[in-house]
Design a protein around this ligand. Sequence first.
Ligand code: AMP
Length: 282
Amino acid sequence: MKEFARKQREENRIVGLVPTMGALHAGHLSLIKRARQQCSSVVASIFVNPTQFSPSEDFSKYPRNLPADTEKLESAGVHCLFLPEAKEIYPQGYSTYITVEGLSERLEGRLRPGHFRGVSTVVMKLLQIVQPQFAYFGRKDAQQATIISRMAKDLNLDSEIVVCAIQREPDGLAMSSRNVYLNVTDRQAATVLHRALQAAQLLLQNGIRDASSLQAAMHRVLKEESRAKVDYAEIVDAQTFEPLTHINRTAYVLIAAKFGETRLLDNMLVDFSDTGQLTAEL
Ligand code: AMP
């Protein structure tokens, strides 16, 4: 891969990296499409990163389907598929980890200790190996994308982090590799996440800005679905992930909930134009 990266630089190619853990769906392919628009050489990586899973999580049973993934990436026009092995990323004696402080301790970080340390470390390594000018991440994992952007800024990385829109199923469920774990009943129940965000969106569009009203509206919708075991429904500053009581700057409305054994995330980005006009994007 290092050789490929060197050749791309020699040929003055603009390299884009799309890191994934495989089990690809249209969400991943939207990142590839975006990369293809901006870059002359698109690298997709598939690596199920052991360091971001805790011992109790689903590392060994995480969905893997390399033949189908390869076909999807080829049809999407990827120029290079990077499939590192664990011993290549973490050779014997490996001992260097990246921690983005503060941001990594909140919400997902609090519920999944060590998760973002694993994510930041592997992304840093992929960026070092591939040396892309651009790297693409989905807003579906908003805290992850914010942590990676912070790391790139703090460590003066040459790669620009591009955060792409959430791709959804026709009924609103955010696409995720973990959706395949859902049985028919939980798959139906999981649409409640999108409906809860829509309830908050409606209030925002009607001028409501206080976080407690939005949270109450989300919890009302979430309560109607007894299969949803809610971890949080929070409103945070989009840079720091500190809770907001009043939405007066760029913010995320974030939900995490479990359906059976499957934990799902969803969010809405709340932004303001220069004229102060609010947008709430699902
Ligand atoms: P994963 O394979 O789950 O690690 O995801 C790889 C990348 O795809 C991450 O940057 C995710 O945020 C992104 N991604 C996953 N699901 C979606 C989605 N529904 N829409 C957009 N991007 C997504």
